[in-house]
Design a protein around this ligand. Structure first.
Ligand code: NAP
Length: 299
């Protein structure tokens, strides 16, 4: 059984990116820059934003964290995005979700220039991705990170049955779409499950590759998995744990303890998909920088 080590792969990628950023500095006398906006004081979001900024710095990229008060109006947020859209030193713009209720997430997504939308959420990027024009878009970071894991672990995917559980716009839908495409690391037959799916275990047991993006702790049990399947667990769920100082621990959507005994490969939580999301965000920021220099190819 292989434990797919996202922590190691993301650390390898950060080293590779650091090298590329240094080449940018020498060649263009500039480095990629990422601006992250956070509205309000959600503690989990603050941790994510801090981690993104820290990772940026580790690779030598510039990072700017813009902290706005929870009561910031939508208009103010949109005008801040406008300023960043026009700033030549900013190559990636990310607005941390969730946003306060009075702000329309769709309006925010639409305000970010597709050329700086390193989250890959803008309809222009989503559309190009669905069309298979992957060199003309930013792929959303979590599905992109999963492709990278499948590729770096040489997981055979061609003609395999991939079952994706979850149909969110940020994970399930782009993931299912990518697995369907004719790429080296995809080319699967794809089934998508969601909360209205009937007889889900019957479908999951057919999966050669099972991708769980649900947000329900340990929902996927050993009985739902075909022996020898590859398991990708996107879920990040906090469960109470009195033995921890924090009072909780993170678990995935998959019952790791039992499923890992029957799977051929599995991503742990934490340390699987999570670290890859940030690595791909940085990769997208580098791609944006290269496009801004008029360079078609990455370094
Ligand atoms: N590792 C990372 O970097 C990363 C990144 C993003 C998200 N995540 C984690 O991944 C999980 C999913 O995130 P998300 O943003 O996609 O969540 P989401 O928007 O809440 O979507 C969850 C999906 O799961 C489906 N679902 C819920 N309960 C189900 C059930 N009992 N059986 C089958 N399907 C069910 C929902 O179906 P309906 O559509 O019918 O409601 C929905 O499509 C969360 O734990 C999140 O924290 C991790």
């Amino acid at each position: 059984m292989i434990i797919i080590d996202g922590k190691k792969i993301s650390s390898d990628m950060k080293q590779e990116l650091k090298h590329s950023v240094e080449t940018c500095r020498q060649k263009y006398n500039a480095v990629p820059g990422l601006a992250v906006i956070i509205v309000g004081e959600d503690p989990a979001s603050q941790v994510y934003v801090r981690n993104k900024a820290k990772s940026c710095k580790e690779t030598g990229m510039n990072s700017e964290v813009i902290e706005l008060a929870a009561e910031t109006s939508q208009e103010e947020l949109l005008s801040k995005i406008e300023v960043l859209n026009a700033d030549p030193d900013v190559h990636g713009i990310l607005v941390q979700q969730p946003l306060p209720r009075h702000i329309d997430e769709y309006a925010v997504t639409m305000a970010i220039s597709p050329l700086k939308d390193v989250d890959g959420f803008h309809p222009e990027n989503v559309g190009q991705m669905v069309l298979g024009n992957l060199d003309k878009c930013f792929i959303s970071c979590t599905p992109y990170g999963i492709l990278e894991l499948l590729s770096r672990y040489n997981i055979e995917t061609k003609g395999k049955h991939c079952v994706v559980i979850g149909r969110s716009n940020i994970v399930g839908k782009p993931m299912a779409n990518l697995m369907l495409q004719k790429l080296k690391e995809t080319n699967c037959t794809v089934t998508v499950c969601h909360s209205a799916t009937q007889n889900m275990p019957e479908l999951t047991r057919q999966a050669d590759i099972l991708i769980a993006a649900i947000g329900r702790a340990n929902l996927i049990t050993k009985e739902m998995v075909k022996p020898g399947a590859v398991i990708i667990d996107v879920g990040m769920n906090r469960i109470e744990d009195a033995s921890r100082k924090s009072g909780y621990r993170l678990v995935g959507d998959v019952d790791y303890e039992h499923v890992s005994k029957t799977a051929s490969a599995i991503t742990p939580v934490p340390g699987g998909v999570g670290p890859m999301t940030i690595a791909m965000l940085l990769k997208n920021t580098l791609q944006s920088f290269m496009q801004a220099q008029g360079a078609a190819q990455s370094l």
